[in-house]
Design a protein around this ligand. Structure first.
Ligand SMILES: [Zn+2]
Ligand SMILES: [Zn+2]
Length: 235
C-alpha cells in the first residue's frame, strides 16, 4: 500500500490547495499558504455558523428572520479567503484538496460531530448529467474523506437531485425557492436514520441545505446537522 502511494505521488504530485504548486511529500499544504485561509472564529450564529459582528447576538440577521429546516450548520472557513481554492476543487479537477479540507474540518469539529452520534453523512447531491460531465460531486468527495476520518458511514445514494437548477447566487429569494422546488427526491419508502449530517462545500443562504433537509424531515429524520467547508462573511 505504501509503495503504491509512493508511486502515485511520484506520478501525480500533490498540489497545494492555496497556490496550486506541488507540496513536499507527506504535506497537504504549504504552511505559509495555510495562513492565508481564515477560519470562522469568535462569536458565531448559533444556527448557520456565520461569524457575527456583535458579541451579544445569538443569530445572524438572516437566521433571526428565516426559519431554517436543518438544526445547525458547522462552517470552517470564511468564504472569501478560500474561494479560489474551492473554485479549483470544483472546476479544475483538484479532488486532492479534499484531503486537506477534511483534515481541517475534523480537527476543528470532529469531537462535536462524533458527539452527535450521526447515523450517516449525506453529501448534497449533484444533478446526474452535471456530475457525469464534471466527473465527480465535490460535496461527495469531501463527505467521503470526512467519513473515513471520523469512522461515520457516507450515504450518497439515498437522495438525488432530480432537476437541473441554476446557480443560487444568480437568484433572489423567490427565485431560489422556485429553483429548489421538487429539486431533491428520496426514492425509497423508509429512512431509518435518526440523525444525519449533510455535507456541502459552501454555505450561502442555506436554502439548498433546507431543501435537502426538508426531504429528510418528511421521511421522519429527527436531527439534521450540516457541515460546510466555507460560509459567507459577517451579516
Ligand atoms: Zn501553497
Ligand atoms: Zn445564521
Amino acid at each position: 500500500m505504501a509503495i503504491k502511494e509512493m508511486i502515485i505521488s511520484a506520478i501525480f504530485p500533490r498540489r497545494c490547495p492555496v497556490c496550486d504548486e506541488i507540496v513536499p511529500g507527506g504535506e497537504l499544504i504549504h504552511p505559509k499558504c495555510k495562513k492565508k485561509l481564515k477560519t470562522v472564529s469568535g462569536n458565531t450564529c448559533y444556527k448557520c455558523g456565520k461569524p457575527l459582528s456583535e458579541e451579544s447576538r445569538e443569530y445572524c440577521s438572516d437566521c433571526a428572520s428565516t426559519k431554517h429546516i436543518f438544526d445547525r450548520n458547522f462552517a470552517l472557513y470564511k468564504y472569501r479567503s478560500i474561494a479560489g481554492s474551492v473554485y479549483k476543487f470544483k472546476y479544475s479537477g483538484r479532488r486532492e484538496y479534499a484531503d486537506f479540507y477534511a483534515a481541517e474540518i475534523v480537527k476543528r469539529f470532529g469531537d462535536e460531530l462524533k458527539a452527535l452520534k450521526p447515523d450517516a453523512l449525506i453529501p448534497v447531491p449533484m444533478y446526474g448529467p452535471k456530475k457525469r460531465t464534471r466527473g465527480y460531486n465535490q460535496a461527495e468527495v469531501l463527505a467521503v474523506k470526512i467519513g473515513k476520518n471520523l469512522g461515520i458511514p457516507v450515504d450518497s445514494r439515498i437522495i438525488k437531485r432530480c432537476k437541473k437548477t441554476v446557480p443560487m447566487k444568480l437568484l433572489d429569494e423567490q427565485g431560489r425557492m422556485a429553483n429548489l422546488k421538487k429539486a431533491f427526491n428520496i426514492a425509497q419508502n423508509e429512512v431509518k436514520y435518526k440523525c444525519i449530517i449533510l455535507i456541502d462545500d459552501i454555505y450561502t443562504t442555506g436554502s439548498t441545505l433546507d431543501a435537502v433537509a426538508a426531504e429528510f424531515r418528511r421521511m421522519g429524520v429527527k436531527n439534521i446537522y450540516c457541515v460546510t467547508l466555507a460560509i459567507g462573511q459577517v451579516v
